[in-house]
Design a protein around this ligand. Structure first.
Ligand SMILES: [Mg+2]
Length: 360
């Protein structure tokens, strides 16, 4: 089997949030082969990502055996080393890697879950993310195993660290009251807090039983993360904005996080998500909980590799990927079709028109 073409586009996604995820949009990658199998994956990087796929990555892949995924991953990484390693290039590579895995599954007529050793259970518990307690009150009676309060828009304003920490601790106590004592509660600060603010919040929420505090600090504040993990009272989570398993190796070796949240569409694809699961398996006190893990691209790995699976609810953006299982009564079923078990109606795809950058 040989790769005959590598294609990429940015489909129109009307429910995209009005932020960087629209302008640096989710891209669809297709890998065609000479045996009639086409595999699909989703990556990121918008038009810059498409350019990377259709130039450097395509040059690596044309004429090659698509089943040599790990070798091809290394060659793509090496070919982009001078300008890649992170960010948009890895987002683009993620889409290619996922499409290669889809080719492997379709060619072998096996689901990705089967290729990874089979699901430990046929359906997985989920958690959902809400942006405030008003929204949480509306969904708190749904049978999810967990709920996450996204506090990214609640960065410290014109207030003291103590006032900020009192306010956030109050929000988290109210969230705990709304969902009751049994289910998991998490909080996400989306890199917006300072070290003193994070520490002050953590000191106030010993009674909240938070499963994790996610990305409290900017990613480059490594000593800050060390200090927060060192407090030992609330597990610190992060990783959705990290790229490659190598970056996660550093997070684990330096004990910067205890919950790893790779995003399979950005981190480097399924090849890297598998390596991150292997890395976490070396440590009893490290948990993996992939970013948007209930989306179809992470779900097989969560089902097959996770000792304590918890799938984060997906985002409603990729309406052009058909066959994704819905969350029903707080649970999501593992698909069993070949590859990722999805299909794309290429004839029906509408794609975003590239922007013009006129030279004045
Ligand atoms: Mg997050």
């Amino acid at each position: 089997m040989k790769i005959t073409n590598v294609r990429a586009c940015q489909p129109v996604t009307e429910t995209s949030p009005d932020d960087w995820r629209t302008s640096i949009g989710q891209i669809l990658v297709a890998v065609d082969t000479d045996c009639g199998v086409t595999g699909y994956g989703v990556g990121g990087g918008g038009f810059a990502g498409i350019h990377v796929v259709q130039t450097v990555l395509r040059d690596v892949l044309l004429g090659r055996n698509p089943d040599q995924i790990e070798d091809l991953w290394s060659e793509m990484y090496d070919a982009t080393l001078a300008f890649g390693q992170k960010g948009i290039v890895l987002m683009a590579m993620s889409g290619v890697d996922l499409a290669l895995w889809d080719v492997r599954g379709r060619a072998e007529k096996q689901s990705i879950t089967e290729l990874l050793g089979g699901a430990k259970q046929t359906r997985l518990p989920t958690y959902i993310t809400v942006w405030d307690n008003e929204a949480l009150a509306k969904v708190a009676d749904r049978p999810h195993r967990g709920f996450k309060l996204h506090l990214g828009e609640q960065a410290p304003q014109n207030e003291s660290v103590d006032d900020f920490a009192d306010r956030i601790a109050g929000e988290l106590r109210e969230a705990r009251r709304l969902i009751g004592p049994e289910r998991e509660l998490m909080a996400d600060a989306w890199m917006k807090w300072s070290r003193p603010a994070s520490q002050a919040v953590i000191e106030r929420i010993g009674d909240v039983n938070l499963s994790w505090l996610e990305e409290p600090l900017p990613l480059d504040d490594e000593s800050g993360y060390e200090a927060l993990v060192g407090l030992g009272t609330v597990p610190i989570a992060g990783g959705e904005h990290e790229y490659t398993s190598g970056a996660f190796r550093k997070l684990v070796d330096r004990r910067l996080h205890s919950v790893l949240q790779p995003d399979v569409n950005w981190v480097g694809g399924l090849t890297e998500l598998i390596r991150i699961y292997e890395l976490a398996a070396e440590h009893d006190d490290i948990r993996v909980c992939p970013h948007r893990g209930a989306e179809i691209w992470s779900l097989p790995a969560v089902a097959a590799l996770d000792p304590d699976p918890l799938a984060e609810s997906g985002r409603p953006w990729m309406t052009w990927v058909n066959g994704q299982p819905p969350i029903v009564d707080g649970w999501i079923e593992i698909p069993d079709g070949p590859g990722f078990g999805i299909n794309v109606d290429e004839a029906a795809l509408k794609t975003v028109t590239p922007p013009e950058f006129p030279w004045p």
